[in-house]
Design a protein around this ligand. Structure first.
Ligand SMILES: [Mg+2]
Length: 305
């Protein structure tokens, strides 16, 4: 019932496109007992090939990591404002979006969005009798669902990415701001460029910034598109693309992210990383990846400016 309520709310916000999907699913999903079986052969092969490609991408990023001379030793404690001030200097700040700026899926949860993704793909490709393996049917992370869908073929990837983008744009309108993030963005923009680079859809990031009247402070927004699905973070592609578009060297920027994959992507690109430990236990989880600093509040960065 909770998911159905989310469907209605999202259909309200999205309009005709998802409403059509919901209407179609109401009958077909029930007829099929909530599952459409079959179709494993060629999708299974594509799955294996895609999986290897993604895995190689991650390994190659890690292997190529070449950040040679960080200004700080990898921390075993939370950074102070003075540590952060020394680290960022006058560098451009590049923010990851979901985490450092807001909690994207607040009104709608990851679980609901993942479920809607699966239902939508089943309906969109119903004549190809798509089914998901149990692990993907249980998957709570929409990105993992998208990664699986993208392995099924180009059309699947494009459709899955489009659906997730639409859901992210809806979620962006009700996303919960990260404490101190808005003030940090406004303050930082007075002394340097502030940029956003995210695995989320560019449209979702821009929607959030516009909703909170922050778009005027952004010097650039770089997000996901359907043709880079296999090169999302931790791959270095997104951050290298961002640097290229900005005309900056890795030494001129600092990346702020809340995931180990953010630190991996930053270091693979030669960029300093500030890790945002927004949940208990995250400080320890970041340690093996050696971010240049770890903070547990955006207020530490704010005080460093
Ligand atoms: Mg994040």
């Amino acid at each position: 019932m909770q998911v159905d309520a989310a469907f209605c709310r999202i259909a309200d916000l999205l309009g005709e496109d998802i409403q059509e999907v919901v209407t179609g699913l109401s009958s077909s999903y029930l007829r099929a007992g909530g599952e459409v079986s079959g179709a494993t052969g060629r999708f299974g092969q594509a799955d294996l090939r895609g999986g290897r490609e993604i895995e190689q991408g991650i390994q190659s990023s890690s292997r190529d990591s070449s950040f040679g001379s960080p200004s700080l030793v990898a921390p075993t404690r939370l950074a102070s404002p003075a540590d952060i001030a020394a680290l960022i200097g006058d560098r451009t700040l590049i923010f990851d979006f979901d985490g450092p700026v807001c909690s994207l899926f607040s009104e709608f949860t990851n679980v609901q969005v993942s479920d809607i993704m699966r239902r939508s793909i089943r309906w969109r490709f119903r004549f190809q009798r798509v089914s998901f393996p149990p692990k993907i049917n249980r998957e709570k992370d929409p990105f993992e669902v998208l990664r699986y869908v993208a392995k099924l073929g180009e059309d699947f990837g494009i459709a899955g990415e489009k659906k997730l983008s639409a859901l992210e744009v809806v979620a962006a309108r009700t996303a919960k701001p990260t404490p101190y993030a808005h003030e940090l963005i406004r303050t930082a923009s007075k002394s340097r460029d502030v940029v956003f680079a995210s695995n989320n859809a560019t449209a979702a990031v821009k929607t959030y910034l516009a909703t909170h009247d922050l778009d005027r402070y952004a010097s650039g927004v770089f997000g996901r598109s359907s043709h880079i699905l296999s090169r999302l973070k931790p791959d270095r592609f997104l951050l290298e693309h961002t640097l290229s578009e900005l005309g900056l060297s890795p030494d001129q920027v600092v990346y702020i992210g809340d995931s180990t994959t953010d630190v991996m992507a930053a270091h693979a690109s030669g960029i300093r990383a500030i890790a945002y430990a927004n949940k208990p236990g995250k400080l320890a989880s970041f340690m093996p990846y050696e971010p240049e600093a770890v903070v547990d509040s955006m207020s530490v960065l704010l005080r460093a400016l």
